[in-house]
Design a protein around this ligand. Sequence first.
Ligand code: SF4
Length: 62
Amino acid sequence: MKVRVDTDRCRGHGACLGSCPEVFTLTDDGYAEARAGAVPEDLVDAVEEAVSACPEQAIVVE
Ligand code: SF4
């Protein structure tokens, strides 16, 4: 599983960070960014929670 944040949709609420701070960070511009590469197996549930928590549907699972 890989994820990325669609910056056209992201509004910087930060809900994703609340669910999985190991994968999502906020950039200086105030938008979320997902860590590159495959999501470690032990963080998949937390990332799925972040996907559900995002009010903008800005997290894209690849
Ligand atoms: S929850 Fe969604 S809209 Fe909010 S910062 Fe995270 S990716 Fe962006």
